[in-house]
Design a protein around this ligand. Sequence first.
Ligand SMILES: *Cc1c(COP(=O)(O)O)cnc(C)c1O
Length: 380
Amino acid sequence: MTPKITRFLAENTPATPCLIVDLDIIKEKYTALQNALPSARVHYAVKANPAHAILKQLHALGSYFDIASPGEMHLCLKAGIPAEKLSFGHTVKTAASIQEAHQHGVTLFAFDSLEELEKLAKHAPGCRVFCRLTVLNTGAQWPLSRKFGTSVEHAYTLLKHAQQLKLHPTGLSFHVGSQQTSTDAYRDAISQAAQLYFRLQKDGITLDFFNMGGGFPSHYTNPVPPITAFSESISRAMKEHFPQGNAPHILLEPGRYMVGDAGVVHSEITLASRRGGKATDPRWIYLDIGRFGGLAETEGEAIRYAFQTAYDNTTQSRSPCIIAGPTCDSMDVLYEKNPVALPDELTTGDKITILTTGAYVSTYCSTGFNGFAPLAEYYI
Ligand SMILES: *Cc1c(COP(=O)(O)O)cnc(C)c1O
């Protein structure tokens, strides 16, 4: 938790649950990434957190943006971001959304199938297209591999076909999986993309960029490599494949990395109990936020948030606790297979802070399941 957030909580004592995001951290992340890979163009993945304050700040810093729907496009336009700085990175779009983006001046679109390419030719004639490759997501704690992308072989056919459809084949993209903790993932994906790049070049198609997606990790409970470890792996791989320095541009679409560490959820314990009444019964901690209030990435206990309490520095003993959300749904349990060791002093009514919740929380929130209001948000 940053000093700015601590001060905000002390001065404002906001009702729980709420998300507080320190915009200074986002600025630091953006700057660190640009310093690590100065030649790369950053397209912030809007879906990670589309808050107006974040979009405006990243725009002021010079960022581009990756959108997945007209809804995200309008959020960007409202933040003063011109359509030329948007890429439509979703490979599965309705005809109407392609048309709408095209009409508003978006010119760069992703695809991974013949059918989508034909849709683009019809509803965004003459646009620039990039093809998403399927790559391994080994090392990712939140994989994205099965649903999107095509093979190198098919991408070759499709990018050639794009020309016949009077579209501009402009790049390749891949996503190594979100919360990627292995720096090698990028190296392997770049190697696939480079082979295809040279094959297309022989046929007279010179691609402008490799879009390396997102994946850079936030710091949850376990340490993760610094951004410089990822940038070094990427730079090394690009140099290896393009020793002459004639490499395509690098585009990046970080989401989680950019905003995850900047946010905390301030929450209250609704009930702390060993329900069976015996000292040997498991200790259940029910929070006023859960799977449906924004913590959807606890699905399968994939993303492991860290918790902060008032007793952390003074406690003499901790016990494993099962952490559950507030709704009547029994799926609304955050950590049970791997319980969380929390201070024994914690009791009903205490506040608890959930760290690293700036990404994929505010919008992963139900609109009112069980009558619980959507998460309140503060950007400071
Ligand atoms: C979700 C997504 C991202 C962002 O991924 P992170 O792992 O949050 O960095 C980037 N590009 C595309 C196409 C995505 O779907």
